[in-house]
Design a protein around this ligand. Structure first.
Ligand code: NAD
Length: 334
């Protein structure tokens, strides 16, 4: 199959491109390089440009008349920045996605896989969430994702567009071949912070929130190896029509996680085991906007995609550490 992959120069996009290739498919990358590094595109078919550039989309469709589906990952993704710059987030994630979907439909490219997020879920007793559970968005970023889910459902109900919406939990780790991984200089997410503290690039790792209503007081997440997440996209592309036939609807939402909830203290314990020594810790109150968290009920992914996460959290941590050693070579910075 040939797949248009927006955001294919990014963290998840570049690894999904590789998973598609390993399964015998051809990704066609569309990325503006707003944040993704050129090096992650490698020698893949690449269009540097914006998702809302209709002329460019027309050219891509003309040059690749055999496109089977689009995976739409391109977005602005930094939660605190979305609070400071709501206009840019709504313009890029909402308005531009709308243009993209309309143009794809006009070009006769109706199959869209959309990158959504577990950050849409409201906190629930027990923390395990199904696709039917209540939503509660805490930031402009999360609201852009919710809006696009609703837009896709409405478009699918009344046009030729068809949508499979994947709600990602917390991707960690890197490409198993160590060709791409986290590229931001100072990652703000928990595993990135742990890697920095372990490598002595910052003095301590700070656990933010130790009084939360979880089994040890720290936030709970569902950390999924990014390679497993990439493989879920391959399945979703391959089974796109079957999935929608099975649910008898023009669009559907699927959780993509491991099905295991892991607290920050548990993550630190796993990290120290894999790293082989302890990491200096400090504790602080939750940051504004921090949520207690959630983990995925993954029954729907298993049933519709025939997919389950296979890699362990230890393997994901080892892969993040290996990438930290390697990335200087690929990105030119540590
Ligand atoms: N990383 C996570 O923890 C996470 C969790 C849930 C969902 N997601 C979603 O997964 C997707 C990929 O995330 P990521 O972590 O790989 O982010 P990323 O920032 O590494 O990748 C996004 C890519 O989109 C490109 N881009 C942004 N705006 C564009 C535009 N207007 N036109 C063309 N290209 C554009 C960027 O240059 C970048 O390469 C995003 O939609 C994100 O919201 C990510």
């Amino acid at each position: 199959m040939k797949v248009l992959l927006t955001g294919g120069a990014g963290y998840i996009g570049s690894i999904t491109a590789k998973a598609l290739e390993e399964a015998g498919h051809t990704p066609v990358i569309l990325d503006s390089l707003l944040s993704g590094p050129r090096a992650f595109v490698r020698d893949r078919i690449f269009y540097e440009g914006d998702i809302a550039d209709r002329a460019l989309l027309g050219r891509i469709a003309e040059e690749h008349p055999d496109l089977d589906a689009t995976i739409h990952m391109a977005a602005r993704i930094v939660v605190p920045e979305s609070v400071e710059k709501p206009y840019e987030y709504y313009r890029d994630n909402v308005a531009k996605s709308l243009e993209l979907f309309d143009e794809l439909t006009a070009l006769g490219l109706p199959r869209v896989l959309f990158s959504s997020s577990a950050s849409l879920y409201a906190t629930k007793d027990g923390f395990e969430v199904t696709e039917e559970d209540g939503l509660g968005t805490g930031s402009p970023y999360a609201r852009t994702k919710l809006m696009m889910e609703l837009v896709l459902q409405d478009l699918a109900a009344s046009t030729d567009l068809r949508a499979v919406i994947l709600r990602y939990f917390n991707p960690i780790g890197s490409d198993p071949g160590l060709e791409s991984g986290i590229y931001v200089k100072e990652p703000s997410h928990v595993l990135g912070q742990l890697v920095l503290a372990a490598r002595g690039q910052k003095p301590t790792f700070t656990i933010t929130g130790t009084d939360l209503p979880t089994r040890d007081g720290t936030g709970i997440r569902d950390y999924i190896h990014v390679w497993d997440l990439a493989r879920a996209h391959v399945r979703a592309v391959e089974k796109f029509d079957d999935v929608l036939a099975e649910v008898a609807a023009p669009s559907t939402i699927i959780n993509v996680g491991t099905g295991d909830g892991v607290t920050v203290r548990e993550l630190v314990a796993s990290f120290e085991k894999v790293f082989g020594s302890s990491v200096p810790l400090t504790e602080a109150p939750p940051r504004p906007g921090d949520v207690v968290g959630a983990y995925a009920n993954v029954d729907k992914a298993a049933e519709l995609l025939g997919w389950r996460a296979e890699l362990s959290i230890d393997e994901a941590i080892a892969s993040a550490l290996a990438w930290a050693e390697r990335r200087q070579e690929i990105l030119g910075y540590e």
